[in-house]
Write a protein that binds this ligand. Structure first.
Ligand code: 4AD
Ligand code: MG
Length: 468
C-alpha cells in the first residue's frame, strides 16, 4: 500500500503544491458553513495561519461529520486548490477525512474566541492551542536559536552548570532547598539541629540561582563560555516580571573588562531582536495586532539606538531631580538605595527614551563577586534596563584579586567553606574577567510585547502556583 507523507501547513500555504493531492494533519480551530458544505480551519502548529479545509458534506458520513468540532484532531487527504474565498490563497478540497481524536464540545474549554490571558493561565495545558501561545512558543524557540547562534559565531562554548548546588552564588539566600530527608521525621544531631550528614549529599543543598560561579571556572580555561539553563529563586515576589523558575543565559569571558562587557551585552540583545524581526514576522504581526500595537516599531527602535551608558550615581541624580520636580515614585530613592522597577523605567521610558546601561553601583546592593572600584564604595556592576521591563540583564566585571574577594565574601557572610573552590580560581592564574546574565523570559517579554512573564513560559512557577 502506498503511504502518503504528511505535508505541514506552513509548506502548503506557500502555494507551490496547488493541484496536487496531499495529506495534512492538525487540530480544528473553527468550523462553519451551511447544509451542503463546511469550512474547517485546521492548524498544525507549524505556522500561525490555518489551512482551510472544504468539506462537501454529501461525501462524508454524518457520524464522522459530527465529530469534526473545535479541538478535534484530523487527518485529511485532499487536493490543494487556489482559494475562491477571501482570507486565504489556497484551500484543501477534502477527499478523505479521519477524526484521529474527537474533542467533546460540551466540555472543551477553548470554544469561543477571545479568552482572557488570566483564564488561559488556568488551562496552561491547553493554551498552546491558541494563536497567542502558538506564537509565543515558536518565538521562544527562535530566541533560543538566536542565542546559541550568537555565541557560537563568536567562538563561545556552551557549558552545562549544575542545577543542584551547595553555594549561594548571588548571596541573596532565596533558594529552594533540595533534600531527601523525611520532613516528618528529621534526623537530629546531639545538639538537636537537623543532621545533614544523613541527607542525600551529606550537606544542605539547594536549586541554583545562577550558573555563574561554575561558569567562571570554565571561562578561566576555555576563554569564553556561556550557560543557558533553568535557575530557581524562592523570592516571594508576585510581580509580572518574576518567576520562581526561569531560564538564564550567562556568558563569561576571560580578559574582558567592564566596557567590553557592556559592548557584548548590547550586541547580544540587538542580535536577538534582529533575529526576531528576521524569523518571526508572522507571529510578531499577530502579537502586535492583538496585544501591543507599537511592538514592531519598538523592536526596530531599540536596534537603531546606541544604549545610553551612565553610572548609578548619575542615575540617582536624575531620579532625585525628578522627585524634586514633582514626580511621584512609590519607593523612596536616594544614593545607596536599590532602584525599583519604577525608577529603572523612568530612566528608560521618560528620561532617555532608550535602553540604558547603569554601572558602578554601591557595593552594599550588589553581590560579593563584583570588582571593587578604587573609591572603595562602588563596584563594577552593570544592569541593562529596558522599556516596559526594567532590568533585563545584570552583570559585572569580577573581582579577580584573591584577598579582596575573600574580604567581600566575609563581609556579606558567604562562608569560605562553601566557595573555597571559587576562591581557588583567584589563587591560580587569576585574570580580569567579566560576564552577565540575561533573563530569558524578560527577553521574551520584550520581543513578544506580552505584559506578564507568566505568559512567556509554557508552565510558569510562581508563589502558590505549580499546577501543571
Ligand atoms: O541580576 P541577576 O540576579 O544576576 C545574576 O544572577 C548573575 N549571576 C548574572 C551574571 O553576572 N552571570 O539575574 C540576571 C537576570 C536579571 O537581569 C533578570 O533579567 C533575570 O535574570 N531575573 C529574573 N527573571 C525572571 N524571574 C526572576 N525572579 C528573575 N530574577 C532575575
Ligand atoms: Mg540583578
Amino acid at each position: 500500500m502506498y503511504i502518503m507523507k504528511r505535508t505541514k501547513i506552513i509548506d502548503l500555504l506557500r502555494g507551490e503544491l496547488v493541484g496536487q493531492q496531499v495529506l495534512v494533519k492538525g487540530w480544528v480551530r473553527t468550523r462553519r458553513g451551511n447544509k451542503a458544505v463546511s469550512f474547517v480551519a485546521l492548524n498544525d502548529g507549524s505556522i500561525i495561519h490555518n489551512l482551510q479545509i472544504v468539506l462537501d458534506l454529501a461525501k462524508f458520513s454524518p457520524e464522522e461529520l459530527t465529530l469534526i468540532t473545535t479541538g478535534a484532531s484530523l487527518s485529511v487527504v485532499g487536493t490543494l486548490v487556489a482559494s475562491q474565498g477571501q482570507g486565504q490563497t489556497v484551500e484543501l478540497q477534502a477527499e478523505r477525512v479521519e477524526v484521529l481524536g474527537a474533542a467533546d464540545p460540551t466540555t472543551y474549554p477553548l470554544q469561543k474566541k477571545g479568552h482572557s490571558l488570566e483564564f488561559l493561565r488556568e488551562i496552561a495545558h491547553l493554551r498552546p492551542r491558541t494563536n497567542t501561545f502558538g506564537a509565543i512558543y515558536r518565538m521562544r524557540h527562535h530566541m533560543a536559536m538566536a542565542i546559541h547562534s550568537f555565541f557560537h559565531e563568536r567562538g563561545f562554548f556552551y557549558v552545562h552548570t549544575p542545577l543542584i548546588t551547595a553555594s549561594d552564588a548571588e548571596g541573596a539566600g532565596q533558594m529552594f532547598q533540595v533534600t531527601t530527608l523525611d520532613l516528618e521525621n528529621l534526623p537530629r544531631t546531639e545538639e538537636g539541629a537537623v543532621d545533614y550528614k544523613e541527607d542525600f549529599f551529606a550537606r544542605p543543598t539547594s536549586l541554583t540561582v545562577s550558573g555563574q560561579l561554575e561558569g567562571e571556572m570554565a571561562a578561566m580555561a576555555l576563554g569564553a563560555i556561556y550557560t543557558f539553563g533553568p535557575t530557581f529563586r524562592a523570592e516571594n515576589s508576585n510581580t509580572p516580571r518574576h518567576l520562581a523558575e526561569f531560564w538564564m543565559i550567562e556568558p563569561e569571558v576571560a580578559f574582558l573588562e567592564i566596557e567590553e562587557n557592556m559592548d557584548l551585552a548590547e550586541d547580544f540583545i540587538k542580535y536577538c531582536v534582529q533575529w526576531a524581526l528576521d524569523h518571526c514576522m508572522e507571529d510578531l504581526t499577530f502579537l502586535s495586532e492583538h496585544y501591543d500595537k507599537e511592538l514592531i516599531e519598538r523592536l526596530r527602535f531599540v536596534l537603531a539606538q546606541p544604549f545610553k551608558r551612565m553610572t548609578y550615581t548619575e542615575g540617582i541624580e536624575i531620579l532625585e531631580a525628578a522627585v524634586a520636580a514633582g514626580h511621584k515614585f512609590e519607593f523612596p530613592i536616594y544614593w545607596g538605595a536599590d532602584m525599583a522597577s519604577e525608577h529603572e523605567r523612568y530612566l528608560v521610558e521618560e528620561h532617555f527614551q532608550r535602553p540604558v546601561i547603569v554601572t558602578d553601583y554601591p557595593k552594599e546592593i550588589k553581590s560579593f563577586y563584583m570588582k571593587l572600584n578604587e573609591d572603595g564604595k562602588t563596584v563594577r556592576g552593570m544592569d541593562v534596563l529596558f522599556p516596559k521591563i526594567g532590568e533585563i540583564i545584570g552583570g559585572s566585571e569580577r573581582e579577580a584579586d584573591y584577598d579582596k574577594l575573600l574580604q567581600r565574601a566575609q563581609e556579606v557572610g558567604v562562608p569560605e567553606k562553601d566557595i573555597w573552590w571559587y576562591l581557588d580560581s583567584r589563587r591560580y592564574g587569576t585574570a580580569p574577567h567579566s560576564g552577565f546574565g540575561l533573563g530569558f523570559e524578560r527577553l521574551l517579554l520584550f520581543v513578544t510585547g506580552m505584559a506578564n512573564i507568566r505568559d512567556v513560559i509554557p508552565f510558569p512557577r510562581t508563589p502558590r502556583s505549580a499546577e501543571f
